[in-house]
Design a protein around this ligand. Structure first.
Ligand code: KG4
Ligand code: ZN
Length: 338
């Protein structure tokens, strides 16, 4: 197949992002306009505001992505967008723009699963990475352990039964009075805290399942904060951050490496916003070294939401025969592999 110039659009949550890729692994531009400072005032993403801000900026970001890639609309061979999961109004902005471009230029349209995009961020970061591998996808809304058998062939082995890993970071940060999103704040403070200061539960559920559960841990941390406040004790925020973070990461690491061992696989590929966590990467690399497992993760900018990862996933969808028509819908609750 000839080179494909792909314009990719991501608007599932609070980042308006547009990228231009050549095939599945070469980024020509990846513009990310974050709405975080606006939503921070409210302590989380306000869906209605997110849609409006996407609408206001999408055309400018498309133009900027083309300009940076030194391209014109006529140079494009394909357009991709996130079809879900995400906020319905936010997704609609990206999908409508992608449809308009597909129609006007008469080029193929590919709607991408956002979570598959997160996995594909690793193909951009590691040119040599090929499936099969075990994927740990940890974002604000989802937590998955996956057997990635091939491009486009995913088997979910474990998922969260309640809160996602990133969601638990955000909720605990909020209870501690830290700003949104909580992950980076906790990551930073945990560095100066003592991870063994407070014994929070590690919810492994039972050893047979690879599912996760983080709501019990969240409750334990919230109870600890309330009890200390009631006793009039001053809370050591850095110690709470470090102890909470360690409890989340111990479970993620234990399950990931147990699965690698069970499947006799040698590659662990971490992705999603929580993959930006410095301690998670440090722990994964340490255990990986001990057990002869290579650990892959993207650069910070490719961990959190961006359109380049959507372009990469679209490429592998397209070369495997997937393509959408102009009646493509948005799927706010899309599961990985759908
Ligand atoms: O993948 P992402 O950008 O958006 C979703 O698809 O959800 O992930 C955002 C999540 C948020 O919950 C945020 O707190 C978390 O990723 N996050 C982190 C870090 N950076 C972002 N969590 C832990 N440590 C970090 N350094
Ligand atoms: Zn995401």
């Amino acid at each position: 197949m000839n080179n494909l110039n792909i314009l990719a659009i991501e608007t599932s949550c609070d980042e308006t992002s547009v990228a231009v890729l050549r095939n599945g692994r070469e980024i020509l531009s990846n513009i990310i306009s974050s709405q975080i400072t606006t939503h921070r005032v409210y302590g989380g993403v306000v869906p209605e505001i997110a849609s409006r801000m996407h609408l206001e900026s999408i055309n400018l970001i498309i133009e900027e992505a083309l300009r940076e890639a030194n391209m014109d609309f006529k140079d494009l061979d394909m357009v991709a967008c996130t079809k879900g999961p995400g906020l319905i109004g936010a997704l609609l902005v990206g999908i409508s723009s992608a449809k308009a471009i597909s129609y006007a230029l008469d080029i193929p349209l590919v709607g991408v699963n956002h979570m598959e995009g997160h996995i594909c961020a690793n193909y951009l970061a590691h040119k040599d990475l090929e499936p099969p591998f075990i994927g740990l996808v940890v974002s604000g809304g989802h937590t998955y352990l996956i057997d990635v058998k091939n491009y486009n062939d995913y088997e979910i082995i474990g998922r969260t039964r309640d809160d996602a890993a990133g969601e638990s970071f955000d909720k605990i940060a909020r209870a501690l009075g830290l700003s949104y999103p909580g992950g980076p704040e906790i990551d930073k403070l945990a560095k100066i805290g003592d991870a063994s200061a407070i014994e929070f539960p590690r919810v492994i559920i039972d050893k047979k399942t690879y599912d996760f559960s983080f709501s019990g841990l969240k409750t334990a941390v919230l109870n600890y904060i309330n009890n200390e406040k009631q006793k009039g004790n001053e809370i050591n925020i850095a110690d709470v951050c470090a102890s909470f973070q360690q409890a989340v990461l111990d479970v993620l690491i234990e399950k990931s490496f147990r699965l690698l061992k069970e499947k006799d696989m040698k590659k662990l590929v971490i992705s999603g916003g929580v993959a930006a966590n410095s301690k998670l990467i440090e722990m994964a690399e340490k255990v990986g070294k001990e057990q002869g497992i290579k650990v892959y993760y993207p650069s910070k900018i490719l961990c959190t939401d961006n359109a380049a990862m959507i372009g990469s996933a679209a490429y592998y969808d397209y070369v495997n025969g997937k393509k959408d028509e102009l009646d493509l819908k948005v799927y706010p609750n899309l599961e990985l592999g759908e």
